[in-house]
Design a protein around this ligand. Structure first.
Ligand code: ADP
Length: 533
């Protein structure tokens, strides 16, 4: 058969050819903007042409610093299709980490949302490799900025070639994109994505047994485009000609609900904290969400109670697992056909697990004595390999810690049931080690979040003189003072062995979150490290 290169050009040109009238909707500071894949195609080619005029060549890194909007989606294809590398920079990182990753990646051009200019202006002096900035703004003129050299995105596009032709000879193994992931200690680690990896990952998103993205979908990626390519949704959406709804700067739950209702969104993707917020807003006001065929949730464990709450509203909840290093989709929780007749509780049990390995990847779960038995009890680390799994950290000597003998060591500890369904127990670094025994913080959090008074809960191990570590629970209530500490502990005592139950509960107004909305356990562990002393 033909040795046909799997590159992003194929995805992009399909949207141009077959779905020219399909809509992309983008929430911008000046309101909702709509256009078609025909216009999208021209502007994407113009952006490539403009970048070429600025001197960008194959292999050069071009950074984006942007929300989920139509210009960012243009950059998503304009940069890799011309052979350059799309480096999505997380807008919520510290100034120190932003300058580290931009310099480490040696980004030559940076494309910045106007609303995010102040962040980049503050660090610009440290960005030694950046030769030019392109400012994405709705206004025709360039906004005032201290950045040098600064160009207006729209002005550059106007002067550029809308028929710019993409190279046919790109190597499928060439790097198309890159994203940095946070490290527990030290600087972020870079992960690069090849054309081939993104191509196959996008195809996987289209499988009926994974997320089933199709032409008839209206996609709403709430997960940021600066984080693991918004889980690949924008790539798959363009390829399959799905309508895309991009929620723009800092969307609130109300904004998301309004977009879902008005644009008839069928598949929306975000981390659990997003869906917790949306659920709360849904309790205050009703919206017509009849078009939603599923809510896709990953990034941290989706609490069972959250899944149940959505399903009770008739909204199917799709729980998935992955990481920056896996592009990201690796596990998706769906029932096998013979499981659909199980009781509601049993079905929920399965669906709150992280799920089944998606076709195309290989997995091992390895414990102290090698591969674990599939008995829902023996714990081991998830190890993965496959065509969209990273093979290294970009120019980083920490590669050897995670990539061993052709396998990615995820650092996630799991058990596997007799059907092969994986249940994450914890991240290695989040497991609580009490008196030599392991306690899963995730299980405790899930149980707490299933309590009707609890909005969010996070459990972490705190140093303890006698037991080494003991769990401490942090809880945000839906309504302050609506429940006592002891009620919550009793709720846990009824479900767990005595020694699993946290020694105390701390009520907080908010749980600190990471740049992508996951609980920031590290911060709590630091702040409360003397709590049990
Ligand atoms: P980080 O959060 O470290 O910046 P990632 O976004 O790549 O980087 O996070 C990947 C990690 O998130 C996984 O290793 C796993 O611990 C966690 N994770 C992802 N999806 C799930 C899920 N469905 N359930 C539990 N944990 C998850």
């Amino acid at each position: 058969m033909m040795d046909f290169p799997l590159t992003l050009r194929t995805l992009f040109e399909r949207a141009e050819k077959f779905f020219p009238k399909k809509e992309i909707v983008s929430r911008t500071p000046s309101g909702l903007f709509r256009y078609t894949y025909a216009d999208y195609g021209k502007r994407t080619r113009q952006l490539s042409s403009a970048l070429e005029t600025l001197g960008i060549q194959r292999g050069d890194r071009v950074a984006t610093f942007a929300w989920n909007d139509h210009r960012h989606l243009e950059a998503y294809f304009a940069i890799p299709c011309m052979g350059a590398v799309l480096h999505t920079v997380n807008i919520r990182l510290s100034a120190e980490h932003i300058s580290y990753i931009v310099n480490h990646a040696q980004d030559r051009v940076m494309i910045v949302d106007e609303t995010l200019l102040p962040i980049i202006e503050k660090v610009a002096e440290q960005l030694t490799s950046v030769e030019a900035y392109i400012i994405m703004t709705d206004k025709p003129e360039l906004p005032p900025t201290t950045l040098h050299l600064a160009y207006s995105y729209e002005a550059l596009l106007q002067a550029a070639d809308a028929t710019y032709a993409y190279p046919q000879d790109l190597d499928e193994n060439a790097v198309a994109g890159m994203c940095y992931t946070s490290a527990t200690t030290g600087n972020p680690k870079g992960v690069t994505y090849s054309h081939r990896g993104i191509f196959l990952h996008s195809m996987n998103l289209g499988l009926a047994d994974t997320t089933g993205v199709s032409e008839s979908d209206v996609l709403l990626p709430v997960v940021p485009m600066f984080h693991v390519n918004a889980w690949g949704m924008p790539f798959a959406g363009v390829w399959f000609g799905s309508k895309q709804v991009l929620p723009g700067p800092a969307p609130t739950p109300q904004i998301l609900l309004q977009l879902m209702e008005e644009e008839k969104v069928s598949l929306a993707a975000g981390v659990p904290t997003v869906w917790l917020g949306v659920l709360k807003a849904l309790e205050e006001k009703t919206y017509d969400l009849s078009s939603l065929r599923a809510v896709l949730c990953g990034g941290s464990a989706a609490p069972r109670g959250l899944i149940a709450a959505y399903e009770s509203k008739g909204i199917p909840f799709l729980h998935a697992y992955g990481m920056t290093e896996t592009a990201p989709i690796a596990l998706v929780s769906r029932l096998k056909s013979h499981q659909t007749s199980l009781s509601e509780e049993e079905r929920l049990d399965i669906r709150s697990k992280q799920g089944l390995l998606v076709p195309g990847l290989e997995m091992r779960v390895v414990g102290e004595n090698g591969d674990v038995a599939w008995n829902s009890e023996d714990m081991g680390e998830i190890r993965l390999r496959g065509p969209w799994i990273a093979s290294e950290y970009y120019q980083d000597d920490r590669t050897a810690d995670s990539f061993v003998d052709g396998w990615l060591h995820t650092g996630d500890v799991a058990v596997v049931d007799e059907e092969g369904v994986v249940k994450l127990v914890d991240r290695t670094k989040d497991l609580v080690k009490s008196g030599g025994e392991w306690i899963s913080s995730v299980d405790l959090e899930n149980a707490l979040m299933a309590h009707p008074a609890v909005f969010e809960a996070c459990v972490t191990g705190i140093p303890h003189e006698k037991w080494d570590e003991r769990p401490l629970a942090f809880v945000v209530l839906k309504q302050a003072n609506s429940v006592e500490k002891n009620d919550l502990l009793d709720h846990l005592r009824s479900q767990f062995a005595k020694w699993w139950v946290p020694d105390d509960v701390v009520f907080l107004e908010e749980i600190p979150k990471t740049s992508v909305g996951k609980f920031l356990k590290r911060a709590l562990r630091e702040e409360y490290r003397e709590y049990y002393r």
